[in-house]
Design a protein around this ligand. Structure first.
Ligand code: GLN
Length: 308
């Protein structure tokens, strides 16, 4: 909906125009065919205001694979249930290593560096699974409610493909289990995690679903998911860890908490003001959308909004 409160629509239009003239949009993820076949020239960007108004440009209504963006929501859902006990099982430091890296786990006794690399997300999903019996279902219900889109769903083709190419994630889960940091049976956990990654959603859906982080922990219906302090904590971890081993550069360029996924999406939060989601499937070598980071960089530059 384009309403009178679509404050940033002219800025989004200018960014989309600029991006359309920028060559070199990176390469789509190719570890599974469903992602490799996306057109790298696709581009969409949406802004959601705290009152639920959402507007955008380009392919902002086109569903794409949410992938690691979902790690923000499972973290919030688990934190809401178990609170600080979670931090005995996963850290809060940037890893400086690729999102699917194993190397730090051995030195740190099976405790992953943060919840936004794969190892950390597996721990979070495992703990949410123990508490709910259906972590992926809990996540899907939350995303449907916050986006107001009952049609959001798992992409069974992507989930099956993740399973078929899931050796690295299986290795992470088994390795952490050897330190006693995984509760559930590994096949159960991996099934939950791969379905979590497979959720298809648009920029509009994900910008709206991120709204609780701009509203300091309050959900779309006015109920509270996280305390104000917990919402601040999740935003801080997004800033320091949300774009893997490029988080420093993302903070430098964009100046907002953000979380990327290998489907080419990135969510970002301007606390108290709005949320954004941008999508373009071409990735850089760290797994972040090239046009997505560029668009968010332009947004904060043109509007002067950032957390700094
Ligand atoms: N499904 C991907 C994986 O587990 C998600 C990673 C990502 O988006 N960075 O490898």
């Amino acid at each position: 909906t384009t309403t009178s409160s679509a404050t940033f629509l002219p800025v989004l239009e200018r960014i989309a125009e600029e991006i359309s003239h920028t060559p070199g949009h990176g390469r789509p993820a190719d570890y599974i065919p469903a992602l490799a076949s996306r057109d790298p020239r696709s581009f969409g960007m949406a802004v959601a205001e705290p009152d639920g108004t959402v507007y955008g440009v380009g392919d902002w209504r086109e569903p794409f694979s949410a992938q690691s963006i979902t790690k923000v929501f499972t973290l919030a859902l688990d934190l809401a249930r178990e609170g600080d006990e979670l931090w005995e099982h996963v850290g809060r430091e940037p890893s400086g290593n690729p999102f699917n890296s194993l190397v730090q786990l051995e030195y740190e006794n099976g405790i992953p560096r943060n919840p936004f690399i794969n190892a950390g997300a597996l721990v979070v999903t495992d703990r949410l699974q123990t508490r709910t019996g259906d972590a992926a279902g809990e996540l899907l219900d939350f995303l449907r409610a916050e986006s107001g889109n009952p049609d959001l769903d798992f992409d069974t083709e992507v989930a099956a493909s993740e399973t078929a190419h899931g050796d690295r994630n299986a290795a992470l889960a088994h390795f952490m289990a050897s330190y006693g940091n995984i509760d559930n049976d590994i096949p159960v956990l991996l099934d939950q995690y791969f379905r979590q990654c497979s959720i298809a959603a648009s920029c509009a859906d994900l910008a709206l679903a991120t709204g609780f982080l701009a509203r300091h922990g309050v959900r779309a219906d006015g109920s509270r998911l996280l305390s104000r302090s917990q919402a601040k904590q999740v935003n801080a971890i997004m800033l320091t860890c949300g774009t893997y081993d490029a988080a420093g550069n993302f903070a430098y360029r964009v100046g907002l908490p953000g979380k990327s996924g290998v489907g080419g999406g990135i969510i970002a939060v301007v606390p108290g003001r709005c949320t954004l989601c941008v999508w373009s499937p071409g990735l850089d070598e760290r797994g972040n959308s090239v046009a997505g980071v560029a668009a968010l960089d332009r947004f904060t530059t043109l509007t002067g909004l950032s957390i700094f």
